[in-house]
Design a protein around this ligand. Structure first.
Ligand SMILES: Cc1cc2nc3c(=O)[nH]c(=O)nc-3n(C[C@H](O)[C@H](O)[C@H](O)COP(=O)(O)OP(=O)(O)OC[C@H]3O[C@@H](n4cnc5c(N)ncnc54)[C@H](O)[C@@H]3O)c2cc1C
Ligand SMILES: *[C@@H]1O[C@H](CO)[C@@H](O)[C@H](O)[C@H]1NC(C)=O
Ligand SMILES: *[C@@H]1O[C@H](CO)[C@@H](O)[C@H](O)[C@H]1NC(C)=O
Ligand SMILES: *[C@@H]1O[C@H](CO)[C@@H](O)[C@H](O)[C@H]1NC(C)=O
Ligand SMILES: *[C@@H]1O[C@H](CO)[C@@H](O)[C@H](O)[C@H]1NC(C)=O
Ligand SMILES: *[C@@H]1O[C@H](CO)[C@@H](O)[C@H](O)[C@H]1NC(C)=O
Ligand SMILES: *[C@@H]1O[C@H](CO)[C@@H](O)[C@H](O)[C@H]1NC(C)=O
Ligand SMILES: *[C@@H]1O[C@H](CO)[C@@H](O)[C@H](O)[C@H]1NC(C)=O
Length: 593
């Protein structure tokens, strides 16, 4: 039996490499290095119209031409091969350009246009050109597992760049890829709640089986509708794809300091491998894949279809918002002092089980909110007394207010705000540990302020902060997230704002500033810290160590087992060392010598 199957495997492998040889893309030489690329539309190995038609039949008609969301405002797409103008649809695009839910429901839209090359934007001039930019070519808008499998099989066999696109939320552009076949998983919206989990592992509490397309707020809402209501660990953002990239990168949120990361709470995954096999990954079956899918990087080990996660009892929650901005002061010194007072207490907040979300840009600090789980107004004000006393003693003008709610859900809906998509920025970030704050709180605050002011004389920065510690009072889960998270105190995303009109060279220069000027300051201020793969710098130096720490070698092994040939790819995920996107951010190629 064992012999037969190994013979079969050998035969299949031989067949596979014969097929692979037939569908090889171009060979490129760059700076003396030879690369073998995936197949693109200008190569002989690109599927013919008949091949695409056959795929469309296999996926029951779910294959669509990938058309950018702004196309209805333009007469022609791609030199007139497709007529796209539609006045009503154009008006709808314009009305929704800053509406996250609308964009996430689109088959291919990316929320951050830097990664689409700012192509085909909404316009009043229908004559202006609409090109594909860095979007893919076709999209399978999948409604069934079999359609996802068919898309994976086609991309693997034909050596195409494969993109899994759930919400298009990704700050790092990882759900967009030039010339790719896209599989859209956003329609997998089923959620089922169970009162008592009885599957593999130790957990016997309540749980939910959640489809890969389910988003944050809709999951919170459904959890709240249970009797009795429950909560899950989701993000602060209402539209992030909870079951997609969020969990696979780790997933922090307002309840993380008391309940752990999103990925700490997963009990089982249903997934499809790059070989097109349906697999279950949990404590009993495929435990290595189970471990890696919990924080080892999105679009790296398999395509997730659904997952089972712990749910927890609802809890009373209180929140405080604080503003310091030009309404209160224009004095930079006073403003900076206020920021230091607030941020230097990061360890104090997480040691009390709290989470804090804040935004800081030149002269504006918006803390919205400080989350006090299991607290009422009195308790939260008591815990925040050191903050209030110091702000008052230093005469920092500001406004603050605290509110309490009987449940987390009511608190969340009231006190968290929606974000604005379709901004251009180069992103970086850093996670600071308790030790960093103990050793160097002022230096950490200064580094964040530097990132949030004028990283270059011509640019403005804005930072999004999360004070959070998934190692506080929760049993530490064995999974792929960087162990540094377990001592975290403050995690910040830094942005250098752009216009979107920058040339390629100017973009590269701003990326360099993010990595080597802003990033350098963050690393120096937080030498004990780390970075977060879902909200970080695509050019992070030493990214393997920085994103995963001691877990990296194991992740690399697991990647080599589950996707040895690189069917999936996103930059700075385990096992992608030999791959580069060449030709001005377009063709994905592998170093061969
Ligand atoms: C405004 C905003 C707020 C955010 N807030 C938080 C937060 O509070 N906490 C937090 O931890 N993170 C947060 N994030 C980061 C977020 O976790 C990542 O952007 C995450 O990758 C989003 O996943 P998605 O599936 O929604 O997005 P997509 O852009 O659709 O996908 C992101 C990545 O996941 C892969 N992927 C998606 N679905 C699957 C699947 N089914 N199988 C395999 N791979 C898949 C994609 O290929 C891609 O690489 C936020 C991001 C933004 C832009
Ligand atoms: C796939 O088939 C459906 C149903 O016949 C059709 O509407 C769609 O346009 C086809 N897709 C492509 C890319 O031709
Ligand atoms: C569109 O036209 C440009 C310039 O003529 C050409 O380089 C490009 O390949 C064309 N694209 C398509 C899809 O035909
Ligand atoms: C678009 O082109 C058409 C003819 O090619 C011309 O009549 C029209 O004025 C142009 N519209 C704009 C807004 O430039
Ligand atoms: C990206 O945009 C630049 C500037 O408009 C353009 O020169 C380049 O060809 C675009 N790349 C792609 C792949 O569309
Ligand atoms: C400044 O703070 C006030 C509250 O005191 C708030 O109403 C206003 O929107 C804030 N301004 C900015 C630019 O954030
Ligand atoms: C700060 O400057 C702005 C713009 O000049 C002004 O409107 C505002 O009143 C100033 N704020 C304070 C507190 O003086
Ligand atoms: C976290 O900090 C504690 C105490 O400071 C230390 O013992 C532990 O090793 C740290 N863990 C990690 C993963 O750095």
């Amino acid at each position: 039996m064992a012999r037969t199957s190994s013979l079969l495997v050998a035969l299949l492998a031989a067949f596979d490499s014969a097929v692979a040889a037939q569908w090889k893309g171009e060979v490129k030489k760059v700076d003396g290095v030879t690369y073998q690329c995936k197949c693109y539309s200008d190569n002989a190995c690109w599927p013919t119209t008949a091949d695409w038609k056959a795929l469309n039949t296999t996926v029951d008609g779910a294959l669509q031409l990938a058309i950018p969301p702004g196309a209805p405002c333009h007469k022609k797409f791609e030199n007139g091969t497709v007529s796209t103008f539609d006045e009503a649809a154009c008006a709808e695009v314009k009305a929704n350009w800053f509406n996250e839910q609308w964009l996430t429901d689109h088959p291919i839209a990316n929320l951050w246009p830097l990664y689409t090359n700012n192509t085909c934007l909404p316009t009043d001039d229908p004559n202006s050109s609409c090109t594909r930019g860095m979007y893919g070519v076709y999209v399978v808008v999948a409604k069934t597992k079999a359609q996802i499998k068919a898309g994976i099989d086609f991309a693997r066999k034909r050596n195409l760049r494969l993109i899994i696109r759930n919400t298009g939320h990704d700050f790092m552009g990882r759900s967009t890829g030039y010339g790719s076949l896209i599989i859209n998983t956003h329609s997998f919206k089923d959620v089922k709640f169970v009162k008592k989990y009885s599957g593999p592992g130790d957990w016997t509490g309540s749980a939910a089986v959640v489809g890969a397309g389910v988003q944050g707020r809709e999951l919170y809402r459904q959890a709240f509708a249970q009797k009795p209501p429950v909560v899950i660990v989701g993000g602060e953002c209402p539209t992030v794809g909870w079951g997609g990239g969020y969990i696979q990168g780790g997933g922090h949120g307002p309840l993380t300091t008391i309940y752990g990361m999103g990925a700490d709470n997963v009990l089982s995954f249903d997934a499809i491998t790059v070989e097109g096999e349906y697999v279950t990954a949990n404590a009993y079956e495929n435990p290595d894949l189970f471990w890696a899918l919990k924080g080892g990087g999105p679009s790296t080990f398999a395509v997730v279809v659904s997952l089972t996660v712990k749910t927890f009892p609802e809890i009373p929650t209180a929140g405080t918002t604080i503003n310091i901005n030009s309404t209160h002061t224009n004095d930079t010194e006073v403003f900076n002092k206020g920021f230091h007072i607030f941020h230097n207490l990061a360890n104090h907040y997480v040691e009390n089980g709290m989470f804090v979300y804040f935004e800081v840009s030149p002269g504006r600090l918006h803390i919205a909110p400080i989350v006090g789980p299991r607290m009422d107004e009195k308790k939260l004000n008591e815990v925040l007394k050191p903050l209030f006393d110091q702000l008052d003693a230093a005469k920092i003008p500001h406004d603050r207010h605290t509110k309490a709610f009987p449940t987390f859900f009511e608190f969340y809906i009231d006190m968290f705000e929606d974000e604005q998509p379709n901004q251009n920025s180069v992103v970086g970030g850093r996670l600071f540990t308790h030790k960093d704050l103990d050793d160097n709180a002022d230096k950490v605050a200064d580094a964040i302020l530097f990132a949030s002011n004028h990283p270059t004389p011509e640019t403005i920065g804005i930072s999004i902060g999360h004070i959070v510690d998934p190692g506080h009072g929760v049993p530490v889960a064995d999974n792929a997230i960087n162990p540094k998270w377990r001592n975290s105190s403050s995690f910040v995303i830094t942005n250098i704002l752009m216009t979107g009109l920058e040339s390629w060279e100017e973009k590269k220069q701003l990326e360099d500033v993010q990595t080597n000027v802003v990033g350098k300051k963050l690393r120096e201020a937080g030498p004990d810290g780390a970075t977060y793969v879902n909200e970080g710098d695509l050019n992070e130096p030493n990214w393997q160590e920085s994103y995963w720490g001691a877990n990296y070698p194991k992740l690399l092994q697991i990647r080599k087992k589950w996707d040895p040939k690189g069917v999936l790819y996103t930059k700075t995920t385990p096992g992608t060392e030999d791959w580069e996107v060449l030709d001005y951010g377009t063709k994905l190629c592998k170093k061969v010598q």
